[in-house]
Design a protein around this ligand. Structure first.
Ligand code: AMP
Length: 287
């Protein structure tokens, strides 16, 4: 596995790979790699000739009171894991090379970025779309793989790609979960013991909503009230939002005709960790 830190060097290398007619599958990450990231790397390998992974804790997507400084950065361990999982090219730029002095450009998708997580994280998605477009311009991938875990992020990036005619195909990979159902996340490392025992309720409640939908419930209000009643029983986290929305514009639904995104964000009470999760109702199930 080749490791690059310089954006221009990485761009030159990726351009030469594509000139040789080889395709690139790209997985952007913030590091602290886990099973969720590994599943994305496997997807990238399955669709493209070369697998590129970036590790960059992007300051532009963190709010002033968020965990940018304490976000885990186990770089050596990540390099070993990425290589083991079959990454060919690792790109780990310095913040000062991505946002040098006099940097002034932002890329913003409007409207859908102020809903769900955007409501409590102003500027977050603008930071995400800015860094993702920069990374796409450096890596020039044919495919980019994102996780369903961050459903709104994947929808926002797809919107940017469609709106700006970015020549990249997005692949969305299913959420990888712990045996109890908790979505694997780098932020799970912050959880206290009591919180860890309590947070599997998040997916358990989402799964019950899925089951109610499969049994024929189509009222979004009933499903939402049910979800909220399950969360009311939690002792070590509080929901920040529970929403049932359409999968394109993220607008709240009354009645579910075909598909719906059920998205939740919770804040734990001891460590103050913010966890998100979601399920898509009415989607074709994978075998
Ligand atoms: P992050 O490093 O948290 O920015 O995540 C990088 C990518 O990994 C994003 O596309 C996430 O959606 C994806 N990801 C994170 N956790 C999971 C998970 N449990 N299952 C699948 N994908 C994930």
């Amino acid at each position: 596995m080749d490791i690059h830190t310089d954006p221009i060097e990485m761009q030159t290398l990726c351009r030469s790979i594509r000139r040789k007619g080889r395709t690139i599958g790209f997985v952007p990450t913030m590091g602290a790699l886990h099973e969720g990231h590994f599943s994305l790397i496997r997807q990238a390998r399955a669709v493209a000739d070369i697998c590129a992974v970036s590790i960059f804790v992007n300051p532009a997507q963190f709010g002033p009171s968020e965990d940018y400084a304490k976000y885990p950065r186990p770089f050596e361990k990540d390099c070993d894991a990425a290589g083991r999982e079959g990454c060919d090219l690792l790109f780990a730029p310095k913040s000062s090379d991505m946002y040098p002095e006099n940097y002034l450009t932002r890329v913003a998708v409007i409207d859908i970025t102020s809903r769900l997580c955007g409501a409590s994280r102003p500027g977050h998605f603008r930071g995400v779309t800015t860094i993702v477009l920069k990374l796409f311009n450096i890596v020039q991938p044919d495919y980019a793989v994102f996780g369903q875990k961050d459903a709104q992020q994947a929808i926002v990036i797809q919107r940017m790609i469609d709106d700006l005619h970015v020549p990249v195909t997005i692949v969305v990979a299913p959420t990888v979960r712990e045996p109890g159902g908790l979505a694997v996340s780098s932020r799970n490392a912050y959880l206290t013991k009591s919180e860890r025992d309590d947070v599997p309720r998040i997916y358990q409640a989402l799964h019950l909503v899925e089951q109610a939908f499969e049994k024929g419930e189509r009222s979004a209000q009933s499903l939402k009230s049910f979800l909220e009643s399950r969360f009311a029983e939690a002792r070590f986290f509080r929901p920040e939002y529970c929403e049932i929305v359409d999968t394109t514009l993220l607008k709240p639904l009354d009645h579910i005709k075909t598909t719906a995104l059920v998205a939740v964000a919770c804040r734990t009470t001891e460590s103050g960790t913010r966890l998100i999760d979601n399920v898509v109702l009415g989607a074709l199930k994978e075998e």
